[in-house]
Design a protein around this ligand. Structure first.
Ligand code: NAD
Ligand code: DAU
Length: 358
């Protein structure tokens, strides 16, 4: 029997491209990679697999059910892994409509196309099929300083339009499993960092600005807490869930690495001061600038990851200190990539987001 591919959506974005690269390096099955190539998607992330016959890239929208249906019937994947989304909280505050279109309606369209394909498969292939939906810890809302970490049974309480759109998509996935029996699994992960992250997100933005001697914008008082996970560890968790995760379940993924935003920014500055000293700025942390807070800014996220650790024997391999150093080095070594993505839309975004804050 021929080996069947997996269909990855959003595989030209930050986590999706890391996943595709890791998958091609580690797994036997080919990848059909469907991505709309919004501002956040970049085919150069995939240059390492561009000539590989096991990687097929298709530019399309997850909401284009005709194209998705055709791809499913043509390639007969044994799984769909859905990374495609609008992912930036601040953008969801400035313009929520696209988040509803892609994250809610697009996920619905993808589920529907997948259900039609899956229903027509022979019995054994229906049983073995998987739909893995990649979601966020933000669906659970915000924690106080002493609260226990989110578990898989924490109530959903999304606070931003982004988080609400991801929560809605999670509910749709749950309903498709419950009602139609689609063999779906949802993952809820904490903040990722690593190569290929678009420099609108905190860590790459700070690296980019610090190298240019620009202000490092910290929202509010910088004491909001996020749990940081190296992107390769997230990808490994999704691979494991695809292989061994229980259908109908959700799995929390996190780094057990809670940091305040100020700690993160200072850590980036310290690494840069050491490996790329700037004679004009003795300490990059002097560039830290407190700016108006994000509206509705969630105070703290933390993930209880005991389920994936005990059921699937997953745990993060990278520590924050080493992962952050690798990440800073990657951005320094890939200035061309950064230049390529920080034109056009990026400049407009920086002007829109930060002009009103400072
Ligand atoms: P990203 O914004 O870097 O990439 C998203 C990708 O999806 C891009 O390549 C984009 O072109 C594509 N895309 C957007 N709309 C599309 C559409 N309608 N059809 C097809 N493709 C489309 O996002 P990311 O940070 O890589 O996040 C990937 C997934 O992981 C998202 O679902 C996000 O909610 C989730 N997630 C992200 C994090 C994080 O820290 N970045 C943490 C937990 C969960
Ligand atoms: O928790 C998982 C989520 O992590 C994912 O679901 C999202 O897709 C991803 O974007 C990320 O969301 P955050 O809002 O936590 O990430 P961001 O990098 O935008 O911000 C991290 C923290 O840093 C947050 O508390 C806001 C703050 N921040 C961010 C930016 C861009 C600043 O202080 N200054 C900034 O300029």
């Amino acid at each position: 029997m021929s080996i069947r591919p997996i269909l990855v959506t959003g595989g030209a974005g930050f986590i999706g491209s890391n996943f595709v690269l890791q998958w091609i390096a580690a797994e036997p099955e080919p990848v059909v990679n469907l991505d709309k190539l919004t501002y956040a998607g970049n085919t150069s992330n995939l240059s390492a697999v561009s000539g590989d016959p096991r990687h097929v890239f298709v530019r399309a929208d997850i909401g284009d059910t005709e194209t998705v249906g055709r791809l499913l019937h043509q390639h007969k994947p044994r799984a769909v892994v859905n990374f495609a989304a609008e992912s930036h909280v601040d953008r969801s505050i400035h313009g929520p409509a696209e988040f509803i279109r892609t994250n809610v309606v697009g996920t619905f369209d993808l589920l529907e196309a997948t259900r039609i394909y899956w229903s027509a498969l022979p019995e054994d292939e229906r049983r073995d099929f998987r739909f893995v939906h990649v979601s966020s810890d933000e669906v659970y809302g915000s924690l106080g300083p002493g609260d226990p970490a989110f578990t898989e049974s924490s109530a959903y309480a999304p606070n931003s339009p982004y988080a609400a759109s991801k929560a809605a998509s999670d509910h749709l996935v749950r309903a498709y499993h419950h009602t139609y029996g689609l063999p779906a699994i949802t993952t809820n992960c904490s903040n990722n960092y690593g190569p290929f992250q678009f420099p609108e997100k905190l860590i790459p933005l700070v690296i980019h600005n610090a190298c240019a001697g620009k202000p490092l914008p910290v929202y509010g008082d910088g004491t909001n807490v996020r749990d940081w996970l190296y992107v390769g560890d997230h990808c490994a968790a999704v691979r494991l869930i695809l292989r061994k995760g229980r259908v109908g379940e959700t799995y929390n993924i996190g780094g057990r690495s809670e940091k305040t935003n100020l700690e993160v920014v200072r850590a980036v500055c310290a690494i840069l001061d050491e490996i790329r000293p700037d004679p004009l700025i003795a300490q990059r942390s002097s560039l830290i600038t407190f700016v108006t807070d994000r509206p509705g800014h969630d105070r703290r996220y933390a993930m209880d990851t005991r389920k994936i650790e005990s059921e699937l024997a997953w745990k993060p391999r990278e520590r924050f200190g080493t992962g952050l150093r690798k990440t800073v080095e990657w951005y320094l070594d890939n200035a061309k990539w950064v230049d390529g993505v920080t034109s056009g839309d990026y400049r407009k975004w920086v002007a829109t987001n930060y002009a009103s804050r400072i």
